[in-house]
Design a protein. Structure first.
Length: 377
């Protein structure tokens, strides 16, 4: 018997309460029962996004949400500043170009986030209608200073679109107070659901752009979602089962309190980073995200470490991508994760390294993590 623990940065583990709700008999989406449920979801989502603006839900992954934001809200006659600090920044460059935007791509080394100073200097030259950044770049486990970036963008008439797919519900996010115009997230991260839902909060500043742009598609037209949500409905077939699960997960998050969850994620991430350092490994990012940690593998160890972690100890983590393949493993701190998952992962990492012939002091990382997690509330 081996208990499986999912610590990949998406999909994340799903709580039993959510699974049970999604296993119940389905009901039709064009009913008062659905509208009442969806109204509760929408109200709860605003608390998590920290916004009074509409939070729209699209059936699709976080990529669908980001593409909807880019194609519907970015003016075609003005430049789009897109930060590329990893695989997902790279993706948004491709999406923006596909939709005919004049893209000014700002690339930074993996593990190094774009800064507000760079964005402010770019915007000072004029001609920009939108800025697209990734708050928590999952591929490199790196977080940027979204608050400072929002402050820089807010001084202009450009809108700020933030990929918060692994940030919303994990990292501090004050959508309205900071002035982030569009925040996109996804169900399979901190919301503790299977993949299949994208969520977007949209500011009045962004809606002015959206109303002036003819959407290049039907399904991702945000105006259609705004029209339907006024009646607590969705414009197309609603993923009822996922939305039922979302109702439960949103209630769970809000019962704990989003600020408490931010603090818990930060504690899990810090304990993991300190434990990793204690056993002689490194953390790759120069600005580590509290959503996910990228652990540098020791010399002579490659991505095969994940097979041992999974098959022998039951821990499923992610590997590196592109140039980081066979050089890092990535472990999530989002959603349904607690101190004992973290301590157990560190123990399994120590055991696995020893199995692979790496000299490691068994228990040193565990003791470091356990000590750090005493602050858990």
């Amino acid at each position: 018997m081996l208990k499986k623990r999912l610590l990949t940065p998406g999909p994340t583990d799903v709580p039993p309460e959510v699974l049970i709700e999604m296993a119940k008999p389905i009901f039709h989406h064009r009913t008062s029962e659905f509208r009442e449920m969806f109204a509760a979801v929408n109200a709860g989502m605003k608390k998590i996004f920290r916004t009074e603006n509409l939070v729209l839900t699209v059936a699709g992954s976080g990529t669908a949400g980001m593409e909807a934001a880019i194609c519907c809200a970015c003016p075609r006659d003005r430049k789009a500043l897109v930060a590329n600090s990893g695989k997902f920044g790279e993706r948004w460059v491709k999406v923006a170009k596909l939709h005919g935007l004049d893209v000014d791509e700002v690339k930074t080394e993996w593990g190094t986030p774009i800064t507000a100073d760079v964005i402010e200097k770019k915007l000072a030259g004029g001609g920009y209608g939108s800025v697209i950044v990734v708050y928590s770049e999952t591929s490199t486990a790196t977080a940027c200073d979204l608050q400072a970036i929002a402050k820089a963008v807010k001084k202009t008439d450009a809108i700020l679109i933030a990929d918060c797919i692994t940030a919303c519900g994990t990292l501090p996010l004050e959508t309205d107070a900071w002035g982030v115009d569009i925040v996109a997230s996804g169900s399979q991260k901190a919301f503790m659901l299977p993949p299949g839902l994208a969520m977007l909060s949209v500011s009045q500043k962004a809606w002015k752009n959206i109303d002036a742009i003819k959407a290049p598609n039907i399904y991702l037209d945000l105006k259609a979602y705004r029209k339907s949500i006024a009646d607590d409905d969705m414009p197309y077939t609603a993923p009822v089962t996922l939305l039922r699960g979302l109702r439960v997960s949103v209630d769970m998050i809000n019962a704990i309190g989003i600020e408490t969850i931010w603090a818990r994620c930060a504690l899990l991430a810090k304990a993991t980073r300190e434990a990793v350092k204690a056993i002689g490994l490194g953390v790759c990012s120069k600005s580590p995200s509290d959503s996910v940690t990228a652990i540098r593998l020791p010399e002579g160890v490659d991505d095969g470490i994940r097979k041992v972690l999974q098959k022998k100890y039951g821990f499923n983590v992610a590997g590196g991508q592109d140039d980081w393949k066979n050089k890092v493993i990535r472990v999530s701190h989002m959603g349904y994760v607690d101190p004992f998952d973290t301590i157990g992962f560190i123990a399994s990492l120590e055991y696995t390294l020893a199995d692979l012939g790496v000299k490691v002091e068994i228990g040193k990382g565990v003791a470091t993590a356990a000590k750090g997690l005493r602050e858990w509330k």
